[in-house]
Design a protein around this ligand. Structure first.
Ligand SMILES: [Fe+2]
Length: 198
């Protein structure tokens, strides 16, 4: 399709989100399986159910537009899921893995929130009020999922991960920090600074 109008861009972005949700639907049960913390595993499974409804909402919108939802692969979501797979391959301590899974899932939620916020606004501007309402519902659900993950991280999971770190000798953990984690933090910090400065 030629991208010659906001309507065409709207459909493209919706296809991207459809692909993102479909990919996430496959990844969430695997993330639930990898999680040790019961509530975290349950929240991934619950979000899989929510995601099914979000897919259906998109299908309703595509039916209304008389368009197919297929034909585009969301490479952004593909990359985010790949990052989660890389984390699993590193075989972290279970508590650390849980904290890491939350981090990956929150990247996913924020990515989706950006996408849904955009298409919701396009729908409003195109006068597609019903679409805007449906997309807002999904946007709200992604925001709720994000908040639940923050609550889980702050109430227990990050603390458990910190304790897993403390179980090593203090010499070990300071070595770990200076070996790589510290420098990667610095890199990402300077990168985000340059991004903010643009
Ligand atoms: Fe979603």
């Amino acid at each position: 399709m030629e991208l010659d109008s906001l309507q065409a861009l709207y459909v493209e972005e919706l296809k991207d989100l459809y692909s993102a949700e479909k990919q996430l639907l496959k990844a969430l049960p695997k993330m639930a399986k990898a999680a040790s913390h019961e509530e975290l595993a349950a929240s991934f499974l619950e979000h899989a159910r929510v995601t099914e409804r979000q897919v259906q909402r998109l299908e309703r919108i595509f039916a209304d537009l008389d368009q197919s939802p297929r034909g585009k692969k969301c490479v952004g979501m593909e990359g985010l899921i790949e990052e989660a797979q890389e984390l699993l391959k590193e075989k972290p301590e279970p508590e650390v893995l849980d904290a890491g899974l939350i981090a990956k899932a929150q990247h996913v939620e924020h990515y989706e929130m950006a996408g849904y916020g955009t298409v919701r606004t396009y729908a409003e501007q195109l006068g597609l009020t019903k679409h805007a309402e449906l997309l807002q519902q999904t946007l709200d659900e992604e925001g709720e999922a994000d908040k639940r993950l923050t609550a889980l991280a702050e109430s227990s999971i990050n603390l458990e991960a910190a304790m897993a770190d403390g179980a090593e000798s203090s010499e070990d953990s300071s070595n770990n920090r200076s070996r790589g984690r510290g420098s990667s933090t610095r890199t990402s910090r300077s990168r985000s600074t340059s991004r903010a400065g643009r």
